[in-house]
Design a protein around this ligand. Structure first.
Ligand code: GDP
Length: 158
């Protein structure tokens, strides 16, 4: 097993609902080490870079759904002009898998109740979109790419 780093974002729905603390509690229970943290205002450029690999793929072949994903991470549905996301870097043995297990699967209705998304996520009845509270990198390659987008090297501890 290898020492890995992975990116977590507390998304605008999680920030609006004050779920950052409860989410971090679950993340800390993985015993991975928190080595980077900051509040970020999500620009259109950052949003598109972050989700670049999903454009035109799977459900995001639907252009409208992809644009919705971009708007969501930019905080456009959560009434905060500061567009806040809390970006975190966790580090440890098999960190990508350990953090994903704590986060749970994409659809909050399918996520197991002991996961962050299962416990706190919901589907917005009005718009049908997933409010799944957090993002976590899907694999090691994505993790390093994403960390490079959200953090400068000097902002993360060894
Ligand atoms: P993740 O790795 O579990 O976050 O899932 P993906 O990388 O596949 O998708 C990115 C994000 O797009 C998810 O976290 C959801 O917010 C959203 N998403 C993915 N699939 C769907 C879908 O079928 N419907 C809706 N409404 N949102 C989706």
């Amino acid at each position: 097993m290898a020492i890995e780093r992975t990116l977590v974002l507390i998304k605008p729905d999680g920030m609006q609902r004050h779920l950052a603390g409860l989410s971090i509690d679950r993340l800390e229970n993985t015993h991975m080490d928190l080595v980077g943290a900051k509040i970020v205002t999500v620009t259109d450029k950052l949003a598109r870079e972050h989700y670049a690999l999903l454009e035109g793929v799977g459900p995001f072949k639907d252009r409208k759904l992809f644009e919705h994903l971009i708007n969501f991470i930019k905080g456009e549905y959560h009434g905060d002009p500061r567009r806040r996301v809390l970006a975190l870097v966790y580090k440890g043995e098999d960190a990508v898998k350990a953090i994903r297990a704590a986060v749970g699967v994409t659809n909050p209705e399918d996520a197991s109740p002991e996961t962050i998304r299962g416990a706190f996520g919901r589907i917005c009845r009005k718009h049908g979109y997933y409010e799944n509270v957090v993002h976590a990198s899907g694999n090691l390659e994505e993790a390093e790419r994403e960390i490079g987008l959200w953090f400068k090297p000097g902002e993360i501890l060894e």
